[in-house]
Design a protein around this ligand. Structure first.
Ligand code: NAD
Length: 478
């Protein structure tokens, strides 16, 4: 049994009460997590506030070197982190090894370098004046992250926040605290000054809420559900504190008849089911040109039938467990709802039978539902599990209107060999990101974020440097 502790002012701190951390693959308790409240949040914010001036006075190069050392330590401990992430989330160890941990390392490396190459604007006014922009740290940043990509998303926020001279208080998901704890250990190892990086564990409604309401927190970067995002926005709006919100999605995968079918089918499966469909970018609405609808459904079904679902620790496993019993019930509720709304199950729909301790895990078969109206609740609400609905369309205009008829606008993928159609459709979809003939191909320089109910603001590359700083213009008369 592991005991997770808060990390405040460079020291490990326990709390009086704790939360059980459950392994999704077996239902066993694997760790105790601090159940923090106002007192722990106050202590962490005070530590971050005290450390901030000193941290921001370091040269950019010095801060960059700290981040590079964190990346090195993450790399040295990659295997251990991979196993922790898989244990905590139920995701296949192969996925944690190929995506979560390498991306976390890349995030620290990328922002350690990006900050050295930052060049905020300069605006000369003929011979009369010159304007230049300074990017100043904002202060104490609250970084609140979900359970689906724990270290990946925490590093996505922590690296640019620290690089820009801010100090941070992190509140990881209470369901997946293990790698945030390991990151705190690494931060201690590399000798980051006490108070620069703090972690407070606990429930969202307790620790999370206290953190976002704290007046000494000057910026909140939140990734999680849309409903929670609305609460966070409410808590920060009246005091005009910077807020970045990365929220839910219901992303279309649009397959045209002229697409490379094999690649499109493989792409639709990857987009639908990677991480058991628990990635905000997952393509859970597959929109297919009528003439190839059955072919795509059959192709996806054939691939899913061959997918190995089971022990996340087995390197050959492709689909692991859902994060919790409650979450699996929510996803199953949507499958039931889809059937009530007139859908048919083309594949999956039930719980797989698995041997030994895995029988108590929160597994669910990858599921394809057809025959549902594209306006049905199951086709428009975020399920966040291994469930996709497939809908036929007749022409480009209908494909675009179906893609846009949901409240979300995070990501989309478009599969076609027609170059001008690809550009036209990509430009017409109301979402922050569109991939053409690929899915989740990430470049850390590009803007990442959503429109509509998928969030507010953009992070990534220079957008993160802007998010985690205050731009100040200085105008000098010549
Ligand atoms: P969630 O909203 O339940 O929780 C996210 C985090 O917020 C957790 O750390 C939680 O403890 C905390 N929290 C909960 N209530 C809070 C409150 N009142 N005040 C402050 N913090 C609070 O989300 P989840 O179930 O952990 O994650 C799944 C959701 O995250 C999905 O909707 C998914 O689409 C979204 N997500 C979005 C992105 C993106 O980049 N847009 C990435 C990953 C996940």
């Amino acid at each position: 049994m592991r005991e997770i502790r808060n990390f405040i002012a460079g020291e490990w701190k326990s709390t009086a009460s704790s939360i059980d951390d459950v392994s999704p693959a077996t239902g066993e308790v694997v760790a105790w997590v601090p159940r923090s409240g106002q007192a722990e949040v106050d202590a962490a914010v005070a530590a971050a506030r005290e450390a901030q001036p000193g941290w921001s006075r370091l040269s950019t190069q010095e801060r960059s070197r700290y981040l590079l050392r964190i990346a090195e330590r993450l790399e040295a401990r990659a295997e251990e982190l991979t196993n922790l992430e898989s244990l905590d989330t139920g995701k296949p160890v192969a996925l944690a090894a190929s995506m979560d941990i390498p991306r976390a390392i890349a995030n620290f490396r990328f922002f350690a370098n990006a900050v050295l190459h930052d060049s905020p604007g300069c605006h000369p006014v003929d011979q009369s004046a010159i304007n230049y922009t300074l990017r100043k740290p904002v202060g104490v940043c609250a970084l609140i992250t979900p359970w689906n990509l724990p270290l990946y998303l925490l590093s996505w926020k922590a690296a640019p926040a620290l690089a820009m001279g801010n100090t941070v208080v992190c509140k990881p998901s209470e369901l997946t605290p293990l790698t945030a704890h390991a990151l705190a250990d690494i931060v201690r190892d590399v000798g980051l000054p006490p108070g620069v990086f703090n972690v407070v564990h606990g429930y969202g409604a307790e620790a999370g809420d206290a953190l976002v309401r704290h007046r000494d927190v000057k910026l909140v970067s939140f990734t999680g559900g849309t409903q929670t995002g609305a609460k966070v926005a409410e808590a920060t709006a009246a005091s005009f504190r910077k807020t970045s919100l990365e929220l839910g999605g219901k992303n279309p995968t649009i397959v045209f008849a002229d697409a490379d079918r094999a690649k499109a089918i493989e792409g639709a499966v990857r987009a639908g089911f990677t991480n058991q469909g628990q990635i905000c970018l997952c393509g859970s609405r597959v929109l297919v040109e009528q003439s190839i609808h059955d072919e795509v459904v059959e192709g996806m079904t054939r691939r899913l039938a061959k997918m190995r679902i089971g022990d996340p620790k087995d390197p050959s496993t492709q689909l692991g467990a859902l994060v919790s019993a409650a979450h699996r019930e929510k996803v199953e509720g949507y499958i039931k709802l889809a059937l009530e709304e007139g859908g048919k199950i083309a594949h999956g729909g039930g719980r797989p039978r698995l041997p030994g301790p895995l029988a108590n895990g929160f597994f669910l078969e990858p599921t394809i539902i057809t025959g549902l109206s594209s306006k049905a609740r199951a086709a428009t609400e975020e399920i966040f599990g291994p469930v996709v609905t497939v809908h036929p369309f007749d022409d480009d205009a209908r494909a675009i209107s179906m893609a846009n008829e949901v409240r979300y606008g995070l990501a989309a993928s478009v599969w076609t060999r027609d170059l001008s159609r690809a550009h036209r459709v990509a430009a017409a979809i109301d979402s922050g990101m569109v991939w053409v003939n690929t899915w989740m191909m990430r470049d850390l320089r590009v803007p990442f974020g959503g429109m509509k109910d998928s969030g507010l603001g953009r992070e990534g590359g220079v957008y993160s440097l802007e998010t985690f700083s205050e731009a100040r213009n200085v105008c000098v008369a010549l």
